[in-house]
Ligand binder design. Sequence first.
Ligand code: FAD
Length: 378
Amino acid sequence: MPPTIESEEQKALRTAVSTLGKRHGRDFTTPELWTEAGKLGYLGVNLPEAYGGGGGGVSELSIVLEELGAAGCPLLMLVVSPAICGTIIARFGTDAQKQHWLPALADGTRIMAFGITEPDAGSNSHRITTTARKDETGDWILNGRKVFISGVDIADATLIVGRTEDARTGSLKPCLFIVPRDTPGFERRQIDMELNAAEKQFELTLDDVRLPADALVGDENAGLLQLFAGLNPERIMTAAFAIGMGRYAISKAVEYARDRTVWNSPIGAHQAIAHPLAQSHIELELARLMMQKAAHLYDTGDDAGAGEAANMAKYAAGEACVRAVDQAVQTLGGNGLTKEFGLASLITAARVSRIAPVSREMILNYVSHQTLGLPKSY
Ligand SMILES: Cc1cc2nc3c(=O)[nH]c(=O)nc-3n(C[C@H](O)[C@H](O)[C@H](O)COP(=O)(O)OP(=O)(O)OC[C@H]3O[C@@H](n4cnc5c(N)ncnc54)[C@H](O)[C@@H]3O)c2cc1C
C-alpha cells in the first residue's frame, strides 16, 4: 500500500468533485452533470492519457462516483461506461477501437452500456445463451436476450457479452461485442422499475444482429480474463455508488437530528437515534477502506487479488448503504417518507447495491468457496 491511503492528488480530486456535486445537489439533472463532469475530465480519470483520459485508475474513478453520490447526485453510468467498457477497450481493444471510443467515453460525449444479465441465467452467468456466429463474409451474427440493462437508450452502443456458437456447452467462453444502438435487430423494451432514477433499465432482444468483424473486443478465445477485467471495476464502482448514497443519507439524518426537538433536547441527543447513525458512519468508512484496497490491487495489476477484495468491498458497501438509508429514514420519522425530504426513494435505490451487479448471496458463496474452501451446494 502507499504510505498514505490517498495521495495529495486523490485528496484534491475528492475535494474538487465534492464541490461540483454540491453545486448540482439533489435536484441535479443527469445529462447536465454528465456533460460538465466530462468537460472537467472526471468521467475519464481512469482512462489512458494517450486516449484523452486522466491516466489514473479505478481508485480515482471511484472517488468521483463516491463524492457525487455523497452530494446527492450519483451518475450510475460511471459504473458502466468508463469503468467496465472503457477499461475493457483500453486493455484489450484494437488501436482503432481505442481511437474511436476512449476519447469520447472520457469526455462524456459518448456513452457505452454493458449487457451480461439474461432472463434465464441471472446470477449464473455460465448459463448465458446469447450466441455469436461468424458467417462466410466474416461478419458476426448475434442472437439472444438480455434483461435489466441500464442506460441502453442514452448509450451510443452496448457492450454485449455473448458466447461463440461452438462454445455453447461447457464452461463459459465469453466474447464481447460492441453493438451500436440503432443496429437492425437490436430491440429494447423499458422495464418499469420502482426506482426514482434518470437511468432506465431495459430488456433487449438480439435477433440476427449483424456486426462487422471489428465489433469483437479482444480475443474470442481469451476466456474469463477479459470479462473480469471489466467486472472487478464494476464491483468497486458499485461500492463507491453505495458508499456515496449512504453518506448522503446519513448527512441528511444528522442535519435533521441536530435540530428536531420534540422533548427537551434535539432527537440526536437520544442514543437510540445517535448510535445507529454513528454505527452507519463507521460501517461506511470500513467499506471505503475495503474499496480502496480493491482499487489499489486492481490498479497495480493484481487481477486475482482484486477479485476477492472487490467482492468484499461491494458486499460491505451494499450492506452499509442499506442500513444507513434505513436508519436515515427512521431518524426523520414521518418526514422520512415525504417527497420533500427525498429519503424514501433511496430505500429502493439502496437495494440495488445489494442485488447488482452480483448479489449479496453470490458474494457470500464466493467467499465461502474461494476464500474459506468450503464445499459448494450447486
Ligand atoms: C437497477 C439495476 C440495474 C442493473 N443494470 C445492469 C446492467 O447494466 N447490465 C447487466 O448486465 N445487468 C444489470 N443488472 C442485473 C443484475 O446484475 C442482476 O439483477 C443480478 O446479477 C441478479 O440476477 P437476477 O436478478 O437474475 O437474480 P437471480 O439470479 O434470479 O437471483 C434471485 C435471488 O436468488 C439468489 N441466488 C441465486 N443463486 C443463488 C445461489 N447459488 N445461492 C444463494 N442464493 C442464490 C440471489 O442472490 C437473489 O437473491 C441490473 C439490475 C438492477 C436491479
